[in-house]
Design a protein around this ligand. Sequence first.
Ligand SMILES: Cc1ncc(COP(=O)(O)O)c(C=O)c1O
Length: 484
Amino acid sequence: VEAPRRGDLPPEELRALARELADWISDYLERVGTLPVSARVSPGDVRAALPATPPEEGESMQDVLADFRTLVMPGITHWNHPAFFGYFANTGSGPGILAEMLTAALNANAMVWRSSPAATELEEVATDWLRALLGLPPGFEGVINDTASSSTLYALAAARRLAYPEVARRGLFAEPPGSVYASEHAHMSVERAVVALGLGREGYRTVAAGEDLGMSARALSAALAQDVAAGVRPVAIVATLGTTSSAAVDPVRRIAELAREHGVWLHVDAAYAGSAAIVPELRGPMAGWELADSIVVNPHKWLFTPLDCSVLFCSRPEDLASTFRLTPEYLRAPSGGDARDLMDYGLALGRRFRALKLWFVLRYFGREGLIERLRLHVRMAQELAGWIREEEGWELAAPQRFSLVAFRYAPAGASPSEVDALNLEILERVNASGEAFLTHTTLGGRVAIRVAIGNVRTTRDHVARTWALLTGAAAASTRSAEDD
Ligand SMILES: Cc1ncc(COP(=O)(O)O)c(C=O)c1O
C-alpha cells in the first residue's frame, strides 16, 4: 500500500497558520464591537455559498481560511460583541480561548481517570474552587457537562432512581406515575428532562409563581399534598435561582424544607444567576441552596468561560454515579487510590478537557476580578432599570434582578395586543440597526424585551446607546403607526 499523500499539517505550516490565527483572533476581539452584532443573512444564504460536496483532493489551509473569512463570518452573530444583550449574554474570554486551543491540541478524553489523569483531577480542582467561590459547603462535588440541559437531566435521572429503586432493572412500566415540580417560569430544559426520563408531560407539574415571579411555596405544598393523596409519587423539585425570562428567584429555603418533608430530591437551576453568589452582597437570594441535592451553575453564561461549561454540583455524588455506572471490560482500568471515573456522572463517555478553560479563567480573573466585573454588570442593569422607570410610557415587566432587565414600552391608551406588537417592532428595529442585539420573552402573557448584560467588554456607553436605540425605535414605531 502506498503511503497516503496527506499527513497532518507539517509543523512549520501549522506554526505559521497558528500565528496568523492568533493575530486574527486578537484583531477580531479588538474590533468585534464595530461589527453588526447579528448576522445579516437570510435562511439558506450560508449553505448556498458553500459547495454541496466535499473536495476530492485536499485543499490548502489558506483557501479554507479565506472561505472562513468571506463565507462563514458573515453568517456569525457575535456573542462576543459588547452590545450583545440577547438570551443570557456571555464572554468567550481570552484566557478561556487560550485554554480551548490547548484542549484541542491535547485532545485528551477524560472518560476515566487513566485516560487522562490531569483532566480528571483538574476538573475536581477547578469545580471545587468554583464551589468555594460560590460559598457552597465542601460536601458538594462538581462535574462539568456540556450544558445545563444535560446537568439537569442527569440530576433528575438520579432523583428518578431514588424514587423508583427498580427503574434500572425493570424500567417504569409497572410503576405508579411520578412527578417533578418546577415554577411556571422554569427553563424548558426541566420539562424536556422529565419527558426524556419517561415521566411524561403529565409528570411535569408547573407551580404557580407569586407576584415577585418566584415559585409559590404554598402552591408547591398543595401540589405535593394533592399528588401524594392521589397516589402520584413526587420525584424531584426544581427550584430556579434566576429564571430565564426575568431572573426571578424561587424561595429555595422554604422549598428545601418541603423537599425534605416529602423525601424528594431538590435540584437547583442556577445556570445563569448562580455566578452572582461570588459577590457577597448578591448572595442573599441563594440562601438555602446549600440544602439542595444538586445545583447547576453555567460558567459559560455569566462567568467568562467559553461554551461549553456547565458545572453540576451534587451533595450526594454517589447517588449520581450509581445512576450511570456501568463499566464494560474495555473501560476497566486500575485507577487505585480514590480516583474518580468521570464517565460515571452522566451519559457522555467521551469528555472534553473542559476544566482547563475554567481553571484558566478563575486564575486570570481571581475572586476580586470576578466580583468587580459581576458588580459592574449588575450596576449597569440597575441604571438601565432606572432610566426605564423614569421614561414616560416605559415600564419594567418584572422586578429588576442581577444583570437582567425585562421591560416594555406601553404608551397610554394602547391595548395589550397593540403593546405586544409595538414591542416586537421596537425589538426588530433595534436589532436591524446592528448596533445591539436583544431578545424577548413573555411575562404574564405579555411581550417583554430583555437586556441581559454578561460580556466583559460591555461598558455603560453600550447600555446607554442601546437605551437610546430603544427610545428612538419606540418613537419611529409610533410615527409609522400614526401614518398608517
Ligand atoms: C435558567 C436556565 N436554565 C437552563 C438553561 C439551559 O442552559 P443550557 O443552554 O446550558 O442547556 C438556561 C438557558 O438560558 C437558563 O436560562
